[in-house]
Design a protein around this ligand. Structure first.
Ligand SMILES: NC(=O)c1ccc[n+]([C@@H]2O[C@H](COP(=O)([O-])OP(=O)(O)OC[C@H]3O[C@@H](n4cnc5c(N)ncnc54)[C@H](O)[C@@H]3O)[C@@H](O)[C@H]2O)c1
Length: 313
């Protein structure tokens, strides 16, 4: 199949692109190389993709000419491109345009594809709100501009399924970790602090936060397993993540254990909208996708440390 991945040079999109290509699909990536974080890292990810024969188109999904700029013979779309995370440096405009307008533009394009089997939207546990421990039927109560705009994007996509204009589903991911994790996220930052002997900015009160820290390979397993299940998953929201919870403190200790040194902490003000507890309820993913994430936190951290050492030391 010919598959389009939006946000292809980002963290999870790049892993998914590689996996789909290794499964024998023709993969085309699209990404605007957003300046939200280091272009160097995105270029590194792009090189890994192009070295494997994956085409990457540099294009902003918000551009008015999107419909005429992308190939028409696409069979599947995985939509990762977004303004991710909760960050003081991201404006409401950033979330609104990259999450809602870009998704609307992508849908206008998708609706013109004669051979499209499915559009898979990548959602987030942030849609649930400060606590994300629920099945998909739970009402959304997002507590950040990120969560609100990702909810709107998800609904824009699923609306097309309800109207029977195309087949789609939305996968809500939980705290993804592993090689290529975004530089502003916890594990990449912890690893960088450990190797550079700098202090880790620890958000006030966050050590007891609980998270379903899920290894990126296990997330990609769930994402690609949608293929050939289009009828079963059409119109559905499905959580993807591990059922194993860890505190932020346990995450810090895992990095210290793998690297073999303690990390200095710099206590900083808590982030508004930061989730208190995420625990993926994956009963639906097990039923519909045979989903079974297996990687432990320590195994995931080891792989992420190896990736960091190879590329940044
Ligand atoms: N990382 C996580 O733990 C996590 C958890 C839940 C959900 N998600 C979701 O997974 C997806 C990928 O997240 P990630 O962590 O890989 O982030 P990322 O920032 O590494 O990847 C997103 C990519 O999208 C690109 N992009 C952004 N706006 C664009 C636009 N307007 N046009 C074209 N490209 C654009 C960026 O340049 C980037 O390469 C996002 O939709 C995010 O909401 C991530």
């Amino acid at each position: 199949m010919k598959i389009l991945i939006t946000g292809a040079v980002g963290f999870i999109g790049s892993h998914t692109a590689e996996r789909l290509q290794s499964l024998g699909h023709e993969v085309i990536g699209v990404d605007n190389f957003s300046p939200y974080y280091s272009e160097t890292l995105k270029k590194l990810n792009e090189k890994a993709l192009t070295d494997k024969g994956i085409t990457v188109i540099q294009k902003d999904l918000r551009d008015e000419d999107l419909v005429s700029s992308l190939p028409k013979d696409i069979n599947y779309i995985f939509h990762f491109a977004a303004q991710p995370g909760i960050s003081k440096t991201s404006t409401f405009e950033d979330y609104f345009t990259n999450n809602i307008l870009a998704t609307k533009n992508l849908l206008d394009y998708a609706l013109q594809l004669p051979d499209l089997k499915m559009l898979v939207n990548i959602g987030t546990s942030s849609i649930y709100g400060l606590e994300a421990t629920f099945p998909e039927s739970m009402a959304a109560k997002p507590a950040s501009h990120y969560g609100v705009t990702k909810l709107a994007a998800e609904q824009l996509v699923l609306q097309k399924s309800r109207e029977k204009l195309l087949k789609s589903c939305s996968l809500r991911l939980y705290s993804v970790i592993g090689p290529r994790e975004r530089p502003e996220k916890m594990y990449t930052k912890l690893i960088a602090c450990a190797f550079n002997n700098t202090a880790f900015p620890l958000y006030q009160g966050s050590t007891t936060h609980l998270r379903s820290f899920t290894y990126v390979g296990d997330i990609v397993d769930g994402i690609v397993s949608v293929i050939d299940k289009e009828t079963r998953v059409d119109g559905e929201i499905i959580n993807l993540g591990t059922e194993v919870e860890h505190t932020t403190q346990e995450g810090i200790e895992a990095v210290e254990k793998v690297i073999g040194k303690s990390i200095k902490m710099n206590h900083v003000e808590a982030r508004a909208g930061d989730q208190l507890r995420t625990k993926a309820n994956i009963d639906k993913a097990k039923k519909l996708l045979d989903y079974n994430p297996k990687t432990t936190l320590l195994e995931g951290v080891k792989k992420q440390v190896e990736w960091y050492k190879t590329n940044f030391l």
